[in-house]
Design a protein. Structure first.
Length: 122
């Protein structure tokens, strides 16, 4: 590892610098295992000691980061978010939403990422 690569090896890319494939790969690592396997997650067992943050808390924070804290959206027009949550018809933010938000915020988005969403830049 060279000093120039040191920061990229320890710091994750911001979501607006990730390609769609990179973003989805990161998103998949945030999914909590609810299968009853002792709270196993990609980060290990969920901490039930109450000391440090649990793995679930860490994963939820990572989800929020990847979504740029964008809220979930109802799938059906005219439905409030609360109604959609009760009905189970909610869509979480996607990479496309993150790129649109980053554009609105004036973030520097790599050209190869923008190329995946030409319609978002017009």
């Amino acid at each position: 590892m060279t000093p120039a690569n040191a920061a990229t090896d320890t710091q994750p890319k911001p979501p607006w610098e990730m390609t769609r494939a990179e973003w989805w790969k990161e998103w998949e690592t945030t999914q909590i295992d609810y299968t009853g396997s002792q709270g196993a997650t990609p980060l290990g067992r969920v901490n039930s000691c109450g000391g440090a943050k649990s793995a679930a808390d860490i994963l939820l924070a990572r989800m929020s980061y990847l979504k740029m804290n964008l809220p979930d959206q109802p799938l059906l027009d005219g439905m409030s978010l609360a109604e959609a949550q009760r009905e189970g018809t909610v869509r979480g933010a996607r990479h496309r939403d993150v790129i649109r938000e980053a554009i609105e915020q004036g973030r520097c988005i790599p050209p190869h990422v923008l190329a995946e969403y030409e319609e978002a830049t017009t």
